[in-house]
Design a protein around this ligand. Structure first.
Ligand code: NAD
Ligand code: ZN
Ligand code: ZN
Length: 346
């Protein structure tokens, strides 16, 4: 079968032919219908050999959905032909965090060398993918895999972040979303669906700001050195009760801190090297700064239910497998509006 692999440190991904995978005991083989392209892959492919935490090569794609093509021995509860999405941040299934469905925070994943598909293990940008356990598969139940596949990361990650801050997003509050790309344009919709907050979107691109407004942002602000001042004007000088930074660069984490109200949450999701110092005088009193990773299995079920209710809709542009490299080039150049999705069998 054909697969898009990251094979050499610093080199672009390569479309290669690899042996057809066969499910071993407990494993599930999926015929991939759709695979989302995330900016994290670009960060991974920018790492040096010393920084990269996984051996090469591996097949890219940590957002995957498809139909069950074959079941390994002992797999129950699934049938060939079922349409499912893959829960990516897989853990051991047994530790205290996994027991709560928080496999994204598995206490033993590193020790056991459990890597997410597409981030160390073979991922979804291929005609077929192997999933290690039926536990990692969630039924699509009527959702279109093409528009729903980004919900497994571009939906789940902001859902986890927004959910933490719901108690602060009361009537009269404001929420800031920095970077309204793949994750950010979903975050805007989640905030609109789940809170009465005024949503203020920041981006450097007019096209991304236009998308943010289209999906529900009340205000759009150009993300520059004056952005925090503008947010304070919009919020009557108080700042925002929750700030979500989907860029995470030094400039945006500084903006995030400068937008924060007293007792605000600042959530740094993007991984572009930015940090935000905490200490008396550095931020308004009692601001909580956090940097989460992906989301829990239960939260994935919730975000898919929200999509079924019509409350979130991912804007996608699609590519055949032959053109998958072009999706990465366009994402790197900031040209993808919403999420790029590869259709390996389309
Ligand atoms: P994306 O490229 O689709 O979106 C990024 C957006 O940020 C774009 O709209 C871009 O125009 C905008 N942007 C760039 N510089 C900006 C600036 N200075 N100010 C405001 N906006 C700016 O990327 P994505 O796939 O949505 O991923 C977003 C970030 O989240 C990436 O850093 C990715 O690695 C990270 N991520 C983290 C997790 C996690 O679990 N923590 C999960 C998924 C992705
Ligand atoms: Zn991702
Ligand atoms: Zn675990």
């Amino acid at each position: 079968m054909r697969a898009l692999q990251y094979r050499r440190v610093g080199a672009p991904p390569e479309l290669v032919t690899v042996p057809d995978p066969e499910p071993g005991p407990g494993q599930v083989l999926l015929r991939v219908a759709a695979a989302g392209v995330c900016h994290s892959d670009i960060a991974v492919m920018a790492m040096s050999a010393d920084e990269l935490p996984w051996p090469l090569p591996f097949t890219l794609g940590h957002e995957g959905a498809g139909t069950v093509a074959a079941l390994g021995s002992g797999v129950t509860g699934l049938d060939v032909g079922d349409t499912v999405a893959v829960y990516g941040p897989q853990g051991c299934g047994r530790c205290a965090k996994c027991a709560q469905g928080k496999e994204n925070y598995c206490l033993r994943a590193t020790e056991l060398a459990i890597y997410p598909p597409g981030l160390g293990a073979d991922g979804a940008i291929a005609e077929y993918m192997l999933v290690d356990s039926a536990r990692h598969l969630v039924p699509m139940d009527g959702l279109d895999p093409v528009t729903a596949v980004p919900l497994t990361d571009a939906g789940l990650t902001p859902y986890h972040a927004v959910k933490r801050s719901l108690p602060k997003l009361v009537p009269g509050s404001s929420a800031v979303v920095i970077g309204t790309g793949g994750l950010g344009h979903v975050a805007v919709q989640l905030l609109r669906a789940l809170t009465p907050a005024r949503v203020i979107a920041l981006d450097v691109s007019p096209e991304k700001l236009a998308l943010a407004a289209r999906v529900g942002a009340h205000e759009t602000v150009t993300s520059d050195a004056d952005a925090a001042k503008r947010v304070r004007e919009i919020t009557g000088g108080l700042g925002a009760e929750a700030v979500f930074d989907f860029v995470g660069a030094p400039a945006t984490t500084a903006t995030a801190g400068a937008c924060a109200a007293v007792e605000a949450d600042v959530t740094i999701v993007g991984l572009a090297g930015g940090t935000l110092p905490v200490g008396i005088g550095a931020l308004p009193y009692d601001v909580v700064v956090t940097a989460p990773y992906w989301g829990s299995r239960g939260e994935l079920l919730e975000v898919l239910d929200l999509a079924r209710a019509g409350a979130v809709e991912v804007h996608v542009e699609t590519y055949p497998l032959d053109e998958a490299h072009r999706a990465y080039e366009r994402l790197h150049a900031g040209k993808v509006t919403g999420r790029a999705v590869i259709l390996p069998n389309g």
